[in-house]
Design a protein around this ligand. Structure first.
Ligand code: TRP
Ligand code: ZN
Length: 880
């Protein structure tokens, strides 16, 4: 570790800034050796601060080489200021001052992908959360909002395109082949929303007319070779703009909206005002090279970043403890959007699977934190599934409790009341209270308490009285720093399913109600349930109305009944998941104890009904035919026997495949798509089902191998091609076909970086023995490099999170590998290295010898000298 231990920052220590920065004037002179940044800041003492004599302390970082400082045009001598590795302090300022600093930075040597850096041939920036301080000295905190003017000077041949936030106000040529463009952003914003791009970029243009009739120019900038991959993002952008007007009453505010695609990027994309910067993987799409899943990801990320223009930019966060204010709300908005554009039930199932697998695991591990954390060492470690996805669930629960109309009213109040401000989660909840007249005091615990609540329900049917009594009990396990929890407000959407379907629950004839739970124990009695022969089956938590773990002792017959008869599509799917989960849990124990494995014929029957019913939605059938993933089984297990989980799951898949091979084959042929490729919900559903069927057929006999081989050769789209490739690669009987398919694929797509990522990913996830050696060989392949985050995620991330049985090999080789990669990466790119730590943090759930080996790997990492604080924080919290 560095000499000084990293500090912990606490929410309770928040203080308003002693200074404001009304105007920010920047000049970037981009040079080969050096980039000169001149910043002219119009500062004033903040009347809201109780420290009216404070020094001005600007944030900075190691990479800034300070050349000059002046105050009101007077150059300061070296004793007039104090400069260290993380700040520049200027003493004795009056009420107002104009501060000018000049620094030299070297973006060409910046490997962190924060601040100003180079990606291939262009310059670009990433300032959230605290990257602006790597560019110049500044009050780099989200509650300091300023009006920015940015002049960019660069060589005209290499950097013809010069972009920043807002509108271009001036451009011209300079001597020595240089030119400049000046941008002005009329909206005051925090520095984390600043962006700059310079490079040789091609542009796809379109326009959008807003509700009030203003024309907005839409531009997507990419490398020339990618011009044929922008249509989908453009269409998605226009859909998002219209949707936000119609659903939230939010209109776009500038005259231009730009998106730039860059290859080297730490996350998916960034919502910089008027100039979103995207990972190429989150914007480029083309049927020949992009899978359905990637098309949908592009649509949702384009929407996400666009929606931030209101939920994040016009109304921003006071401090980083409020991150979920913009992220939770914006994820909620983008999932509503995707639900509207595609199938709402399918989207909900995908989101809940993701939440259960990743967020529940985070909530149950050493990094568990509330949606509003109360402390952090490194803010970059808190861009988490809890802040994003659980934060979105919390917003969704507010909407469920208030109803759609009051929720929309609350959103209007929030945006109107706080436009131009940097606010807290509290202000959001307050607006919702004001709109509805509801008291959300107890509900606020969702923001403050970490951990996944457990909800246990028992029911009793009294035929004579015609009542169903539901007894609810909630609890929440202890999490780091929070031993005791108070009861949550849980909106439980529910119904009762009788022989013929939903039963009326009250005199009004409602077949579904939202029951609000706010006590530890609570009883609901539903009357008027007469004339039914059998006890009705409760359908609980419909649509996953609260992010909890539900326990209800369903019999197999009851689950099968819900699978076929529940009016709620999500719960039909979930009933199937519970059915297969129970079997997998039992078989995992059997496998671990080396008992013989026995298939449950009822599950085969249930699957058969799904396969032969042609009236069902193919997308839903595809989801229902998939067993819970190994990752989810790891999350749900008390002790993780990775090998036993893998064997049990494979056994059930094999049993289903051999029991239903004719049905799988029929479904495979029936769902071939004849039309020209389109990434619409109908086609996507058909392809999903066809490829799920194929993956089962691979487990039967040579038939699957033949089909996969034929599909691989004839596919006219990447979804079918990649699915066939993955089937071949994972099939022990298809070694030869797999290796020639991999070669052919490589030949065909060697120049398409994103497709080669898929190629790496498919191989990284190959669960057959010898995976680690294959991954190490691939690390030497030209398609891989440790300098690109997407490559690292595909190969190293893919191996450690999508190949669990090999990663957790009891010899510890997987852990050793990951440890070494983290250590070679941590100083070069702390953020990407920190994300690789996740699998190791779960060590306490593993049996020996894995447990000790994982712990040892963490210890070695924690002991590394000069460890960056991103990794240090995760390592020490995990070891506690
Ligand atoms: N705000 C971005 C989003 O839309 C997150 C993000 C992108 C980010 N790049 C980052 C956060 C780099 C931290 C560091 O979700
Ligand atoms: Zn976001």
């Amino acid at each position: 570790m560095k000499d000084a231990l990293p500090q912990t920052i606490f929410l309770q220590d928040y203080k308003v800034s002693a200074f404001t920065i009304d105007k920010t004037d920047l000049v970037f002179d981009l040079g080969v050796e050096q980039t000169r940044v001149t910043a002219t800041l119009t500062v004033a003492r903040n009347p809201l601060s109780d420290e009216q004599n404070a020094d001005l302390v600007l944030h900075g970082s190691q990479g800034l080489s300070l050349q000059a400082v002046s105050v009101d045009g007077q150059r300061l001598q070296e004793d007039g200021y104090l400069c260290d590795e993380e700040s520049l302090t200027i003493k004795g300022l009056a009420g107002h001052a104009v501060i000018t600093t000049e620094v030299l930075i070297q973006p060409q040597n910046n490997t962190t992908m924060m601040g100003l850096y180079r990606s291939r041939t262009m310059y670009c920036t990433q300032c959230e959360a605290e990257g602006f301080r790597d560019i110049t000295y500044y009050l780099d905190r989200p509650d300091v909002m300023s009006e920015f003017t940015t002049k960019i000077i660069a060589d005209k041949t290499h950097y013809p395109v010069l972009l920043s936030n807002g509108n271009p106000i001036e451009r011209g040529d300079l001597d020595a082949g240089r030119h400049f463009v000046t941008w002005h952003d009329p909206f005051a914003k925090p520095a984390y929303l600043f962006a700059l791009v310079a490079g040789t970029l091609s542009c796809v243009e379109d326009s959008f007319t807003t509700v009030s009739g203003r024309q907005v120019a839409l531009q997507i900038f990419v490398e020339e070779k990618d011009l044929d991959k922008c249509d989908h993002a453009m269409v998605s952008l226009k859909h998002s703009m219209r949707w936000d007007e119609q659903v939230y009453g939010r209109e776009y505010d500038l005259d231009i909206f730009m998106i730039v695609a860059v290859d080297d990027f730490n996350m998916g994309a960034m919502e910089n005002k008027g100039l979103n910067i995207f990972n190429t993987s989150a914007v480029l799409a083309n049927p020949k090279t992009t899978t359905d899943a990637a098309f949908q990801r592009v649509e949702s990320i384009v929407a996400h970043e666009y929606f931030h223009n209101w939920s994040g930019n016009r109304v921003t966060c006071r401090d980083w403890f409020q991150l979920s204010l913009k992220e939770g709300f914006t994820v909620y908005r983008d999932s509503q959007f995707s639900a509207d554009m595609n199938s709402a039930t399918v989207k909900r199932i995908e989101d809940v699977s993701y939440l259960r697998t990743h967020q529940f695991a985070e909530d149950g591990g050493p990094m568990a934190h509330p949606v509003q954390p109360d402390s952090y060492m490194e803010i970059n470690n808190f861009y988490t599934v809890t802040v994003y996805e659980k934060g979105s669930e919390v917003v969704g629960m507010i909407r469920t409790l208030l109803g759609a109309e009051a929720f929309r009213k609350g959103s209007d109040i929030y945006f109107d009341r706080h436009d131009g401000q940097a606010v807290t989660i509290e202000e959001f909840v307050q607006a919702m209270e004001d709109a509805s007249g509801r008291d959300l005091s107890q509900f606020r615990r969702w923001y403050k308490q970490s951990g996944t609540p457990q909800l246990t329900v028992n029911s009793h049917y009294d035929a004579a009285a015609g009542t169903v009594t539901l007894d609810f009990a909630q609890s929440c396990p202890a999490t780091p720093g929070q031993a005791q929890k108070q009861p949550f407000v849980l909106p439980v959407r529910l119904g009762l399913v009788g022989e013929q379907g939903d039963l009326p629950l009250n005199a009004e004839g409602d077949t579904e109600i939202v029951y609000e739970l706010n006590q530890t124990n609570q009883r609901l009695v539903i009357g008027g349930i007469e004339n039914v022969d059998q006890a009705p089956v409760p359908s609980l938590l419909r649509g996953f109305s609260a992010p909890v773990k539900l326990h209800y002792a369903y019999s197999k017959d009851q689950l099968i009944h819900l699978m076929a008869n529940d009016s709620d599509g999500f719960n039909r799917w979930d009933a199937g998941q519970q059915l297969s989960f129970a079997l997998l849990e039992k078989l995992t124990a059997d496998s671990h104890q080396q008992r013989p494995l026995e298939m449950d014929s009822q599950l085969i029957d249930a699957y058969r009904s799904l396969l032969i019913d042609e009236s069902l939605d193919p997308a839903m059938v595809a989801l229902m035919l998939q067993l819970p993933s190994e990752a989810q089984l790891h999350e749900e297990a008390d002790v993780i026997y990775a090998d036993a989980i893998h064997s049990a799951r494979l056994f059930v898949r094999q049993s289903l495949a051999s029991g239903l091979s004719d049905q799988f084959l029929a479904v495979y042929h029936r769902h071939n798509v004849e039309q020209t490729y389109a990434p619409d919900a109908t086609q996507i559903g058909r392809r999903a089902l066809k490829n799920v069927a194929l993956s089962y057929l691979m487990l039967v006999d040579d038939l699957g191998v033949e089909l996969a081989g034929a599909q691989f050769s004839s596919a006219d789209n990447m979804t079918d091609k990649a699915a066939a490739l993955s089937c071949l690669v994972n099939c022990p009987a298809a070694a030869e076909q797999a290796s020639s398919a991999l070669q052919e694929f490589e030949q065909q797509y060697r120049d398409e970086a994103l497709v080669m990522n898929l190629w790496l990913q498919v191989q990284a996830a190959n669960s057959q023995p010898g995976a680690l050696q294959r991954v190490e060989t691939l690390e030497k392949h030209a398609a891989f490099t440790l300098t690109n985050p997407n490559k690292i995620r595909s190969l190293i991330g893919g191996f450690c999170s999508a190949n669990l049985v090999n990663f957790h090999h009891p010899d510890g080789s997987g852990y050793e590998f990951l440890k070494q990669r983290i250590l070679s990466l941590h100083s070069r790119n702390p953020q990407v290295a920190a994300r690789l730590m996740t699998p190791l943090t779960r060590w306490k759930k593993f049996p020996e010898p894995n447990r000790e080996k994982m712990r040892d790997a963490l210890q070695v990492i924690a002991d590394e000298p000069e460890l960056v604080k991103d990794i240090y924080e995760i390592a020490i919290k995990s070891l506690q």
